[in-house]
Design a binder for this molecule. Structure first.
Ligand code: LMR
Length: 345
């Protein structure tokens, strides 16, 4: 009888994914009942990595790169399963699924962390970063570290931050050249108070929706426009349902790459080190390549001849920044100066 039970256990552990919802299976550093050091080298640690964007984007390509590196560095001891395009979970649902260990890695836009941890809104501030180098300093410096420390009480660990790029506006009714062109329009946004406030200051109406619904919202005229990076605009074909693109660079869209604390702490130290190496190399890759990918996708977008492209001048950007500056006071009064002081001057 007991040998049947053992056999059932071995079969269940083969290809060993951590059982969904670890609940009381985990205790501290090692997993009770699923001890990787006991199950033999042939058993795999499976990391389900869920994200919402297309594969041909900075995040999609980085996730695939991480998979290749993690699997080869660990000689196949780790298997990374990538689920792009919100195949498994969308937006907030992905964070909840990670907390329950239904998936083991996600990389939500920083704006999507803000409902859980309002301090992450610092990355939503308009015109906070003059270029990618300033973003990198913030992500890899004290600001990133402090924001990562806020994940711990939620059962999460921040592994790294990944780049996408600066956000641009697309619209259908009319082109956006000057500030008053935005007034009276509605825009899809990610769920963040600072993003809401930003569009209110523009005199527009913000509408929160999941990323996977944006195309149909635009198609059915449920919003007039949206803000996003060039790679997301291109790969999700928003150009089919929008007429104008304004390259405004008014905010940054980057990612928090996070894992489940109990899952991560249960991984043997030697494997953890290899996964960290794989993540570090992937981050180095995305730092160098995200901008190039967005630039290439702007060329692809232009080639479709579906969008009229307008570039804001430096003077326009200074005006937009001035109009939007009250969001800085709003966020300071919400979260204090402890995080704001790390923003580039
Ligand atoms: C969005 O919802 O617009 C973005 O967060 C999508 C993404 O992950 O880049």
């Amino acid at each position: 009888m007991s040998s049947v039970l053992i056999l059932v256990c071995i079969v269940l552990l083969a290809g060993c994914s951590i059982p969904p919802n670890p609940g009381n299976l985990f205790s501290g550093k090692k997993v009770v009942g699923v001890d990787f050091e006991q199950v033999g080298p042939e058993d795999k640690i499976v990391i389900k990595f869920s994200h919402v964007v297309a594969e041909n984007t900075p995040k999609g390509l980085a996730a695939n790169k991480f998979k290749r590196l993690a699997e080869s560095k660990t000689n196949g001891r780790v298997e990374v399963q990538i689920f792009p395009n919100a195949q498994l979970y969308d937006d907030d649902a992905a964070i909840a699924a990670l907390q329950q260990n239904q998936v083991q890695m996600i990389a939500p836009a920083t704006s999507k962390m803000t409902y859980l941890i309002p301090e992450w809104q610092v990355f939503d501030l308009p015109y906070a970063f003059r270029d990618e180098e300033a973003v990198k300093q913030a992500m890899e410096g004290e600001l990133g570290l402090k924001l990562f420390s806020l994940l711990e009480p939620h059962g999460l660990i921040g592994l790294t931050m990944w780049d996408n790029g600066f956000k641009q506006l697309t619209t259908k009714k009319r082109p956006i050249h000057k500030l008053n062109d935005i007034q009276g329009l509605s825009f899809r946004i990610m769920d963040s108070n600072i993003l809401k406030k930003q569009f209110e200051l523009f005199g527009a109406t913000p509408v929160v929706t999941r990323f996977s619904d944006v195309y149909s919202f635009l198609e059915q005229d449920m919003t007039d426009g949206q803000e996003n990076t060039l790679s997301n605009i291109y790969t999700k074909r928003f150009y089919e349902v929008q007429d104008y693109l304004t390259v405004s660079d008014h905010g940054y869209l980057g990612y928090a790459v996070i894992t489940n604390q109990e899952f991560w702490n249960a991984i043997p130290d030697d494997i953890q080190i290899l996964l960290e190496e794989a993540m570090k190399e992937t981050t180095q890759w995305i730092r160098v390549n995200a901008k190039r990918i967005n630039e290439e996708q702007l060329e692809n977008l232009t080639r479709t001849q579906r969008l009229r492209v307008h570039y804001l001048t430096a003077t326009d950007k200074a005006e937009w920044k001035k109009l939007l500056s009250p969001v800085y006071q709003q966020l300071t009064s919400e979260i204090g100066n402890e995080y704001m002081r790390f923003l580039p001057k």
